[in-house]
Design a protein around this ligand. Sequence first.
Ligand SMILES: [Zn+2]
Length: 145
Amino acid sequence: MNPENTAKLLAIYPLLYRNLRNQDFECEDGWFALIWQVSADIESVAQLEGTPKTAEAWPSVGVLKNKFGSLRVQFDGRVSDAIEALVHRAYERSMEICHLCGAPALLMQVSNRRTEPLCATCIEASPSNPENPRPLPVWMQEQNR
Ligand SMILES: [Zn+2]
């Protein structure tokens, strides 16, 4: 994620991302809106659940990255089922959002070992992809979960 978007997330959700302050968000900028939204939702739920806004109690994201073309968010310590459900929904949504530009996308196989959610425009614009991306068969999409 570019430094500007990273700085925005850290500025608005400093407590949620307190353990990622000196690290990069390991994904591209197309998911920025998705990450922004899930961050806001996590904080809303934590507040509704009466979580004290302290470094000891507030949810803390320990891992946020693109893995196999989907958004993975893991917390340091336990969070409620409601918050886990939000993260799971973002994970499912991420596979339908182009990770480069944020447009509607399909999960594409870009090489033997890599799948990425890409929109038609970004596929066109990326001749650097060694192989022609093609949609994954459904059973392989399942396998990546
Ligand atoms: Zn795109």
